[in-house]
Ligand binder design. Sequence first.
Ligand SMILES: Cc1ncc(COP(=O)(O)O)c(C=O)c1O
Length: 432
Amino acid sequence: MTDILSLYKGQTVKDLPTPSFVIVEDKVDANCRHMLENVSELARETRSPIKFRAHIKTHKTIQGTLKQLGVGLLEKPKDAIVVSTLMEARSILDYQEKVGKSIVKDICFGIPASVPSILPQLSSISQRVESFRIFVDNIQHLDNLVNFGRTAGDKKWSIFIKIDMGTSRAGLPNDSTDFHELLKKLMSPAVSEVAELYGFYAHAGHSYHVHSIVDAHKLLLDEIIAVNEAAKTYGRLHPEIDVKSLTLSVGATPTSNSLKIRDELQLNEYIRTKLVGSLEIHCGNYCMYDLQQYSTGCIEKHEIAGYVLGSVWSAYNERKEFLTNTGVMTLTRESSDIKGHGLCIPTGQIFKSDDLKINWYVDRVSQEHGILRQYQEGDDEVNGEAIAPLKLDQQIAVLPQHACIVMAQFPYYFVLDKNGKVSDVWTPFQKW
Ligand SMILES: Cc1ncc(COP(=O)(O)O)c(C=O)c1O
């Protein structure tokens, strides 16, 4: 958004309007670099070609996507993404066509949607990118593909079967009757004519509720076992198929983060000796992080790369509370084991790369305003410092509970460089 950028370029936090969303670019870079390093270390240690697929739903921007893929960081950047809306897919492709570059070569639509009203849109997106993957988790999806025929470019549909990790979020359990029926039907002549199986996809959404990296790692192993067992079942049903060609895609930010302790549960051994297809790690939120991720025990607070910038507008001295312009419209009602709707730090701490001092939290939210309360003695987040007094009109930075949902409330994000100055403004591909 050039007009906003030209207004604010080179300005510091104190010059920015509130409420707004600010991103510390160095932190995003570090988060992206660490995840790519974890994946390449896993590949090196297991001597397997581990693939990586970035989910871009958290920021929904070109700039964030390039960072996740390692553009400017890796000699050979990654080229595969997952999207949560067709708007994200179309906008990435519009950008690539405008600049005449094809950085993203593989897009997966991360929601099962093979229904007649959507297939024409999926088909036209598939024509604009080298590889386009869709989710299938219902036998009728296959009938719909047969009725539609191959995609507009006469390509076969490339299918990921979504595995339910026991959360009933999306997909089929890999031991269910429906799953077996779906696998059988995949190889029918009518389906094989229009579609081919690319692999199995698992996402342990419940990993957001763990409290330690070891527990996240157990769920990573569960994801890998789930897709591997699915591939083995497919191989048993269709012995003529070479399951080695299948992609076994796993991940969520906590489970992917747990690659930091990758050999704790003999993960490497499992990958080296038991995996029948080729592993792909997919994740998204890790580029920003938030309090939900902090509550999993896999990251530190200072790794959170984005804040809601707000202002103190009133004070209630007798009840020791403050009113800010950060309400439900900016912070949302997302929650975690970290109490409140966001933790509050003085804006001077935004760039800190070690322990953040939290003295206030957003206890309650109305539509446009929130109420700050002090952490009481004994609360985990008080770091032994005297409670910093707040003043009217003072700016605050709020660590959000769930960056994906919070960022979707803002029409643009201010990006701050290492000197604390606005270096860029990222505009998300919002809505559908
Ligand atoms: C299908 C799918 N894949 C991957 C992800 C990425 O998960 P995370 O943001 O935890 O990395 C999500 C998140 O909602 C998802 O729905």
